[in-house]
Design a protein around this ligand. Structure first.
Ligand SMILES: CC(C)(COP(=O)(O)OP(=O)(O)OC[C@H]1O[C@@H](n2cnc3c(N)ncnc32)[C@H](O)[C@@H]1OP(=O)(O)O)[C@@H](O)C(=O)NCCC(=O)NCCS
Length: 418
């Protein structure tokens, strides 16, 4: 009888192994990267922290982490932005991902990074690793074969097209200002704008053209949209109309948003506008005068969040209401998070006044760390989770109180899929 293989060794992936890392990723994600893509992904991996699982000298598991600063209610926190998570088909379901994540949690603790976040390929993977779906997006579609009918007058100011190279200077300040209003947004530097936000090719659809940018306002920018287009096909039997695929749309006000949506819906030789990921509180459906014209076609969990250091995360955020509750948090993977803690926090307590200390007092609420993560940015209600039986309420009213304290004015939302 053969002996079972030894557990792979988890260690940093050196730059010399980036070629192997990309070979593993292309195998696992069923992709064939051309030279340009390999160069781009090498640059990306070089900037990330990288962990690998090595078995008999072979790289059989990989996990990379961007060093992000993620906006949270009332501030921002260092966050490991996970990407290139893959395990070779020969080594799957033997705990390789779990071992790499266990090492990552230790690294995050040593580096003072209380959060980790990712976009999941499959929703079933990450809940058991302590991640909760912290933002939810909707896909909006506009039938633009006719003029967009709105209930308010679009801002009449001029719109102008920008080159991608102008985006960091002209749009950057507008984006940065938005981060304090919506949690879940990574800070962007020039490289992030160029490589993550405005790559020449769309990763998911190579029939879409290059990114186009339209901006409202001169200086300062009052809003902008980033979009790509695909021409119609009048040779097929369906007469498929041209498509405007909206990647990002930001505005200071509803009239500016109305002007940008009207512009997108009026581009010649197109008949459909699709915005793949908008926050659930996007005003477009509300301001639409014809809800048959603007439809919500999909809703999905987007950014998955892990509270690697619950104490650091809870004490750093701003709270909508005062709260004084004992939480019993279950976290099998990070023992320092597991246990009973008294949370004392409030609107004025962000950063220095909030407390989260171990206690032997009885728990008001018992919950899994993944559910706390889902609620942390304000994108998931804690009360519905209690109603669903996922949060245990030992003290009547405790779930409603924590729910109210976690709420944010606007829903958390990021366009940045990494
Ligand atoms: C997803 C992936 C990284 C998982 O790696 P792995 O080493 O097999 O995961 P582990 O063995 O550590 O699994 C830990 C647990 O998660 C479960 N799990 C892992 N992948 C899962 C999946 N795709 N769906 C459902 N459950 C999954 C395992 O069954 C195991 O459950 P258990 O604790 O009850 O035994 C690997 O299957 C892979 O590379 N998939 C293709 C690429 C991909 O989708 N990457 C994720 C990008 S976000």
């Amino acid at each position: 009888m053969s002996t079972p293989p030894a557990a792979p060794d988890i260690r940093e992936v050196p730059e010399a192994h980036l070629g192997r890392a990309l070979d593993l990723a292309s195998l696992v994600f069923h992709e064939s990267y051309d030279k340009e893509e390999r160069d781009r992904y090498r640059r990306l991996l070089r900037r990330c922290d990288r962990l690998g699982a090595y078995a008999d000298g072979q790289l059989v598991g990989l996990l990379a982490a961007h060093r992000l600063r993620l906006s949270v209610p009332g501030g921002q926190l260092p966050c490991a932005g996970l990407t290139f998570v893959c395990v070779a088909p020969t080594h799957r379901r033997r705990g390789v991902l779990s071992s790499m994540l266990a090492q990552l949690w230790r690294d995050c603790a040593a580096q003072g990074r209380p959060l980790a976040a990712l976009w999941a390929s499959e929703a079933a993977i990450y809940g058991r690793q302590g991640f909760g779906a912290a933002t939810h997006l909707t896909t909006l579609e506009i039938d633009s074969t006719r003029p967009l009918a709105l209930r308010l007058t679009p801002d009449p100011g001029p719109l102008r097209l920008l080159d991608a190279a102008q985006a960091p200077d002209l749009l950057g300040p507008r984006y940065e200002a938005s981060r304090s209003r919506r949690a879940g947004r990574p800070a962007r530097d020039r490289l992030w704008w160029r490589e993550q936000v405005l790559p020449e090719e769309d990763e998911d659809d190579d029939e879409l053209g290059p990114p186009r940018i339209v901006m409202s306002g001169q200086d300062p920018c009052t809003g902008y949209a980033i979009y790509r287009t695909r021409g119609g096909d009048d040779n097929d039997n369906n007469n498929t109309p041209g498509l405007v695929e909206v990647q990002e749309l930001e505005s200071d006000s509803a009239p500016v948003a109305a002007a940008l949506w009207s512009y997108l819906a009026a581009i010649d030789l197109t008949g459909r506008v699709r915005a793949w990921g908008r926050p659930a509180d996007d005003p477009l459906p509300l301001i639409s005068a014809d809800r048959d014209q603007v439809r919500i076609t999909r809703q999905f969990p987007a950014l998955w969040l892990r509270l690697v250091d619950v104490r650091a995360a809870l004490t750093a955020r701003a709270w909508a209401e005062p709260v004084d509750l004992v939480l019993e948090v279950r976290d099998e993977a990070v023992p320092s998070n597991d246990g009973r803690f008294r949370l004392t926090a409030g609107p004025d307590g962000a950063r220095d006044g909030n407390r989260y200390e171990p206690t032997t007092d009885p728990a008001d609420l018992v919950l899994d760390v993944r559910d706390l993560a889902a609620c942390y940015l304000g994108g998931t209600g804690l009360w519905p989770l209690a109603q669903a039986g996922l949060v245990t309420e030992n003290t009547p009213g405790a779930a409603r109180r924590l729910d109210a304290a976690l709420r944010t004015e606007l829903l958390p939302f990021t366009h940045d899929e990494f």
